[in-house]
Write a protein that binds this ligand. Structure first.
Ligand code: FPP
Length: 252
């Protein structure tokens, strides 16, 4: 069920909405356990949150939304849970692609999708191609992703480029590293949200979150809906982003 309209939207300054929001969706298993349901029921319920947060982000004018759906470590889960998660993703793409396209949303993935099944790879490719020309919200799903692997991969790419261009060995810039990450064409997240009350970054976007504002909520992902997103953005808009410097008031 979509959540009821929430008045708190009026507290959001439309000119200062985060350009990029990244989310560690956590707590699906606990949500299911609290209801004596199998873990996969929590993931299923989490899909409704994905839909609602995506829709709300597009309405608010967020530029990019990046969801951590499957980490390189998630392969350690029981095969039945991994399969069920992949099936949910496949169903989601099959069902939602028209809707994403109609709403001018551009779909993308972060992570090594070559390890996913051929069926999922082809669904992902189709979704990326179908929405490639869209200019609205960038919707990224991190699949078989980890921040360290992102960096490892970037270093390897740069090392192989250095074979043809030894000047690279003299030193590279931060910007050059950024250009070799999965997020090469995305701004760094302004806001990182983690649900279910865990204070960890869990190997997500390690390089890219250097200056992200972090919002942790006890709400479990399947319960995280529009009002919770509004709450996170309102809190974000109250933060003073200093990027290691001083605000004028503090410099006095
Ligand atoms: C964390 O909860 C959640 C995940 C590892 C998977 C999230 C995936 C989805 C919501 C479905 C696919 C997504 C898209 C974008 C279509 P957990 O299982 O670690 O929960 P727990 O910590 O309570 O056990």
């Amino acid at each position: 069920m979509p959540s009821a309209p929430d008045d708190r939207i009026r507290l959001i300054d439309p000119d200062a909405v985060p350009a990029h929001i990244a989310v560690i969706m956590d707590g699906n298993g606990r949500w299911a356990r609290q209801r004596n349901l199998p873990r996969i029921a929590g993931h299923q319920a989490g899909i409704q949150s994905v839909r609602e947060i995506l829709e709300a982000s597009a309405e608010l004018g967020v530029g990019a939304l990046t969801l951590y759906a499957f980490s390189t470590e998630n392969w350690k889960r029981p095969p039945s849970e991994v399969e069920a998660l992949m099936e949910l993703l496949r169903e989601y793409l099959g069902r939602e692609i028209d809707n994403l396209d109609r709403n001018d949303i551009r779909f993308g993935t972060l992570g090594d999708s070559s390890a996913l099944s051929p069926v999922i790879q082809s669904e992902l490719k189709h979704a990326v191609e179908r929405t490639a020309a869209n200019s609205g919200l960038r919707f990224n799903v991190a699949l078989n992703y980890s921040g360290r692997d992102d960096l490892r991969r970037a270093v390897n790419t740069i090392l192989s480029k250095a074979k043809d261009d030894p000047r690279l060995l003299e030193g590279i810039s931060e910007e050059y590293i950024s250009r070799h990450l999965y997020t090469a064409d995305l701004a760094d997240p302004d806001l990182l949200i983690r649900t279910s009350g865990e204070w960890r970054v869990s190997n997500f976007l390690l390089w890219q979150i250097a200056y992200s504002e972090i919002w942790v909520t006890d709400t479990l992902w399947p319960d995280f809906r529009r009002p919770h997103l509004y709450e996170a953005i309102i809190a974000y808009q109250k933060r003073e982003r200093r990027y290691g410097g001083l605000t004028p008031a503090l410099a006095r």
